[in-house]
Design a protein around this ligand. Structure first.
Ligand code: ZN
Length: 326
């Protein structure tokens, strides 16, 4: 796996998988009201179009509909890993590009993004299947996680008449994980030089936040109309739907509202376990941030913390939080 020839061989094998349509993958159950109800309850979505037959009967749809975002749920494998009867599974002539990448050492995987498009509403009784093909494979890229390939899967969802009802593009990065040499046996051993932290995705909505940190300020987005604070930054106020916004500088004082100690996956730029908190700022909004100056086992909900604006490297400044001595 060391030379150009190997790359060429891999890329040729991957190219053969492009556009090969696999399926159909059948649904265990048709679109049905009980699954819709469970979903709506789990999501806290009280739209009566999903669950109130009387309300829905008087709508332009004439009956209840499934939440569009349930699209992928209908054709999922069962908990035993099986697709429903009638499914045509992948054959030996249809190798899966992710398996090929595994064989060449690209065993790391991370989902990058998922786009769904809906062509009609689904209703109880619809019987959904999906087909899947590999739409594109990037050139080899160096990323913060390691060297790898971005793979885009195109899932096409059809109804009982084989008419297309939706599409999903699911993008993954398959990469070679860095060697795990970050498990010193004794606490005194010297640590290898760390990889740099992943870069944030900076866009028009959140640029002010990252630029604020570079100036030593923890800025929180505020709705200009109703003054509600929100984080992470977004284009529209969820309270009053205003698009007008500015930002206020937070004091950096807060308490740990919740936290995790991340053990897996081990990422090269971070210690493991890695304590990450959801911090409730005194201004009243929350943000996710790394903790410093505390052992993972000592982190407690309700603990007072203060932001420490930290320049991690030339490009990256972060707000990390440190416990405040009582
Ligand atoms: Zn507002």
């Amino acid at each position: 796996m060391t030379d150009q020839n190997n790359n060429k061989e891999l890329e040729a094998l991957m190219a053969e998988t492009l556009g090969v349509r696999v399926g159909p993958h059948k649904s265990w159950d048709p679109v049905n009201q009980p699954m819709i109800r469970h979903w709506a309850q789990a999501m806290g979505d009280q739209n009566p179009m999903y669950t109130d037959p009387e309300y829905a009967a008087n709508s332009s749809e004439g009956s209840t509909i499934a939440p569009p975002t349930m699209l992928q749920a209908w054709t999922m494998r069962g908990v035993t890993g099986q697709h429903a009867p009638g499914t045509r599974e992948r054959t030996a002539e249809q190798p899966y590009v992710l398996d090929i990448l595994d064989e060449y050492g690209f065993v790391g995987v991370v989902a990058v993004n998922c786009d769904q498009e809906y062509f009609r509403t689904l209703k109880p009784g619809d019987d959904i299947s999906h087909y899947m093909e590999i739409e594109s494979i990037s050139e080899k890229k160096d990323t913060a996680l390691g060297t790898g390939y971005f793979v885009t899967e195109l899932w096409t969802f059809v109804d009982q008449n084989e008419e297309k009802v939706g599409e999903m593009r699911f993008r993954l990065l398959k990469f070679i994980p860095p060697k795990s040499d970050n498990k010193p046996q004794s606490s005194g051993s010297s640590k290898p030089k760390k990889a740099v932290r992943p870069r944030p995705g900076i866009n028009r909505d959140n640029r002010f936040f990252w630029e604020g940190l570079k100036e030593g300020k923890l800025l929180i987005q505020r709705c200009k109309s109703c003054e509600t604070l929100r984080h992470p930054p977004s284009p529209m106020c969820p309270s009053c739907r205003s698009l007008e916004r500015d930002a206020v500088e937070a004091s950096g004082n807060g308490v740990i509202h919740s936290f995790v100690n991340l053990h897996h996956p081990a990422l090269p730029a971070f210690d493991e376990p890695n304590p990450i908190a959801l911090v409730e700022l005194e201004e009243g909004t929350r943000l996710v941030a790394g903790l410093v100056g505390i052992e993972p086992e000592d982190v407690k909900i309700g603990m007072a913390v203060k932001a420490e604006i930290t320049q991690c490297d030339e490009e990256l400044t972060l707000a990390l939080f440190r416990p405040v001595e009582a």
